[in-house]
Ligand binder design. Structure first.
Ligand code: SME
Length: 168
């Protein structure tokens, strides 16, 4: 049985290194992308303080994201590429940190409690089409300005660990 170990969040670099270590241990030996996304969202939600939603949207067609495994309140199912924070991150192939969701034009409110957001694209690394977007990892917080630059870098690495550890 895997048991998540609580992590001290006061040092962001150590926090993210430890989160990544636990994700690697959690998904080791399993390559199913849905199973790994389910466990990754549960691990993130359990260990990362100050979140009200953590989960995945997968690129269903070139133009549409569809919700995948997550923790938090029920969410919008389909998001057009280019729409909201998730759709914008998928389109730009770049992470987006939103300090205040009320100030982000086109933000899609799935949970009215959300005040800040970090969305990281899932990018294929090797294989036949490296660099293609597979989906996004979306983190929402009820706290304004919850996500730092260290969080962006840390969750980008976590997303890369998830992508590399799963079959696509
Ligand atoms: N806020 C997101 C939508 C997804 S939910 O928050 C879970 C967005 O604007 O893309």
């Amino acid at each position: 049985m895997f048991e998540a170990v609580p992590v001290d969040a006061s040092d962001p670099l150590r926090f993210h290194a430890e989160l990544d270590r636990q994700l690697r241990a959690l998904i080791a030996g399993e390559r199913d992308r849905i199973a790994n996304a389910a466990n990754a969202s549960a691990l993130i939600f359990q260990l990362v303080p100050g979140l009200n939603w953590a989960g995945f949207y997968f690129l269903h067609t070139e133009r549409e994201l569809v919700v995948g495994p997550f923790q938090g309140k029920p969410a919008c199912v389909r998001i057009a590429v280019g729409k909201g924070v998730c759709g914008a991150a998928a389109q730009r192939r770049q992470s987006i940190v939103v300090e205040d969701v009320h100030a982000f034009p086109g933000h899609i409110a799935c949970d009215a409690a959300s005040r800040s957001e970090l969305v990281v694209p899932l990018i294929r690394e090797g294989g036949t089409e490296p660099g293609t977007v597979l989906g996004v990892l979306d983190l929402d917080s009820p706290l304004p300005g919850r996500f730092s630059e260290a969080d962006r870098i840390g969750f980008e690495r976590l997303a890369a660990t998830y992508v590399a550890g799963s079959d696509w």
